[in-house]
Write a protein that binds this ligand. Structure first.
Ligand SMILES: N[C@@H](CCC(=O)N[C@@H](CS)C(=O)NCC(=O)O)C(=O)O
Length: 60
């Protein structure tokens, strides 16, 4: 299944929108910039788990 990393208020919304329009099943993993106030348990751009997926540490 497709996994989309990001939050809806970012440009990840374009991917989420596209997947929904095309009926492509996906799961969303919220990720925000590391300098923001990150709620406990949420991934951010410098989280080791996220850096394994995207070593550039960037979200759309
Ligand atoms: N156009 C690039 C922009 C990527 C980018 O610069 N993302 C910023 C947020 S807009 C980011 O992830 N920064 C990491 C951080 O500040 O922790 C893309 O979509 O790949």
């Amino acid at each position: 299944m497709l996994t989309i990393y990001g939050v809806y208020r970012s440009r990840a919304s374009r991917n989420i929108w596209l997947a929904e329009e095309l009926g492509i099943p996906f799961r969303q993993v919220p990720v925000i910039q590391h300098y923001r106030s990150v709620p406990a348990g949420m991934l951010h751009t410098q989280s080791p788990e996220f850096l394994k997926i995207n070593p550039s540490g960037l979200i759309p």
